[in-house]
Write a protein that binds this ligand. Sequence first.
Ligand SMILES: CC(C)(COP(=O)(O)OP(=O)(O)OC[C@H]1O[C@@H](n2cnc3c(N)ncnc32)[C@H](O)[C@@H]1OP(=O)(O)O)[C@@H](O)C(=O)NCCC(=O)NCCS
Length: 339
Amino acid sequence: MSTSQSFIMSVSLAGTGHAVPEKSFPNTDFEKTLDTSDAWIVQRTGIRERRFAEIHETTSSYAARAAKKALDASGLTPEQIGMVVVATTTPDMRIPATANIVQNELGLVNAYSYDIVAACSGFVFAMVAANAHIRSGLTSSALVIASDLYSSILDFEDRNTAVLFGDGAGAAVLAKQEKSEWAPDGRPSGVVAVSLNTDATRWDNLTCLGGGTAGRKTLSSAQPGFVRMDGRDVFKQAVQACEARIRDVLDASGCKPEHIACLIPHQANIRIIEKVAQNVGYPLERMAINLDRYGNMAAASIPVALDEAVRNGRVGPGDLILLVAAGAGFSSAAMLLRV
Ligand SMILES: CC(C)(COP(=O)(O)OP(=O)(O)OC[C@H]1O[C@@H](n2cnc3c(N)ncnc32)[C@H](O)[C@@H]1OP(=O)(O)O)[C@@H](O)C(=O)NCCC(=O)NCCS
């Protein structure tokens, strides 16, 4: 069962931003230490390079940089932000929430803040939460951030996972939109429909024991908890779940694939994206794809692609866009919104 909903729209996308590390690592770098090749990685995943943060950099530092850009783009002041939510599975520390650190860094003195753990679906789960908080009247604006530095939990001796991930952060500002601000055609911008799902029977196909109670007896400092994944199972789950979430929001909204100007999927593997495109009848060339340059940035992949699409003019006012993600949990999420 999934939970989907259609809204009378009044929560709009006011601004976006992203931040990625400077240093890029091509596939050929892995050829030096792993039994792998550039050709295998490109053919099986579509990834050509990824960026990794420096050891002194943190998830919150990238989150704050992405959030500052989104805030600037929104035209809102720091004092106007009422909620900060950070989607991450690589927090700065166990306590407090990374969102608390970002809130302080940006001087968001009138906000409350917390983190969301929903792995690669985290940004869309966080957007859904912010949308609900704004609609309920708890706040009128929210900074929704996804930031993940998977370089901190990768086993660089494991070719099954090391080549897949990269570091980065993306952010969006959601804000309550008054009816007087709606477009002349009477159609409000913002969130149109959402769908969330978790198939918890598959929670163990993608895990990281590091820092958790389940690994206390088995992990040592020589064997810290790294990301472990049943790649084939995750691949199948991701295709099915993304397809289901897309169908949910199309059904809930009455929209058809041809109405969507740009579909922004999670960026795990180009073959997953191709299969989803084929299954739902959506042209691949209208999908935003950046995994060739960044790899899988976990929760951050979608908001980075969203900001790139906004800033390069690929999507503009009035366009319908669809965000769809799947990841550990096994969680999946979709959001249809009008820019
Ligand atoms: C991980 C993934 C790229 C593997 O691709 P695949 O085509 O499914 O490959 P398989 O798992 O069938 O493995 C085929 C072989 O390639 C090997 N292989 C895996 N990684 C490799 C690498 N980097 N270089 C070379 N060979 C590799 C495997 O060990 C396996 O060898 P074997 O047959 O001797 O056991 C793919 O399953 C995937 O993308 N899964 C989903 C990942 C994902 O979405 N993760 C994040 C969730 S949001």
